[in-house]
Design a protein. Structure first.
Length: 183
C-alpha cells in the first residue's frame, strides 16, 4: 500500500518538473504508472541516450535512442498482495515535426526481466507523446510525457497494458553560441 501511494505521489510531484526529445544528448524521465493487470499502481523511471548524436551521417538514425526502463507496480489480486518489478532496455525513436516544435512523438521496443518473479523475460512495445512548452536548443529543458505500452511476459501469463504519465528532464545537444568570432 505504501508503494502505491509513493508511486502516485512521485508522479504528481514530477509532472510540473518535466523534455524535448528530438534535440537531446540524454534524458531522464519519471512518473506515475498504472498497469491494468489486476489494477496495479506504481511508478516508472527511464533514461535515454541519443545514439544519433554520435553518428556523423545524415538519415533516419538521427532519431534513434537507447533506452533503459525500470517500473514497479503493486496492488491486490484475488486477495493476495502483488508486486511486479520490470527492468528493460532497448531501442527507441523520438521525432518532432521541427526543431522548435513543442510536440514530440516516440516509439520503443524494450526487452528485459521481471524481478522477483522467477526472473522471467518480458518484452514491451509502445509509444509516447511529449509536450515541451519551453523547448530550447542548448542546456536543460523539460517536458510532460504520456506513454502507452503493452508488456508481454514470457510464460503462461497474459499480456498487460501500462499507462504512464510524468516528466522528463533533458540536456540538449546543440551548444550555446556566442556573438564573437575568433581570428
Amino acid at each position: 500500500m505504501r508503494l502505491r501511494f509513493f508511486g502516485i505521489a512521485l508522479g504528481f510531484l514530477l509532472v510540473p518538473a518535466v523534455a524535448s526529445a528530438d534535440a537531446h544528448r540524454w534524458g531522464f524521465g519519471a512518473g506515475g504508472s498504472y498497469a491494468n493487470a489486476s489494477n496495479l499502481f506504481g511508478f516508472q523511471l527511464n533514461g535515454d541516450v541519443a545514439v544519433g548524436e554520435f553518428i556523423t551521417r545524415q538519415g533516419w538514425h538521427k532519431t534513434l535512442t537507447a533506452i533503459g526502463d525500470f517500473s514497479v507496480h503493486a496492488g491486490e489480486h484475488d486477495g493476495t498482495d502483488v508486486r511486479v518489478k520490470v527492468f528493460q532496455a532497448g531501442p527507441g525513436f523520438r521525432k518532432a515535426t521541427s526543431e522548435k516544435s513543442q510536440h514530440v512523438f516516440g516509439a520503443h521496443a524494450l526487452y528485459g526481466k521481471t524481478l522477483g518473479d522467477a526472473g522471467r523475460f518480458a518484452q514491451t512495445y509502445g509509444g509516447s507523446y511529449e509536450f515541451a512548452p519551453h523547448r530550447v536548443n542548448n542546456g536543460f529543458d523539460t517536458s510532460f510525457r504520456v506513454s502507452y505500452d503493452v508488456v508481454v511476459p514470457n510464460g503462461a501469463d497474459n499480456n498487460f497494458q501500462r499507462f504512464s504519465f510524468g516528466g522528463v528532464i533533458r540536456y540538449n545537444k546543440r551548444p550555446a553560441t556566442t556573438g564573437t568570432t575568433s581570428k
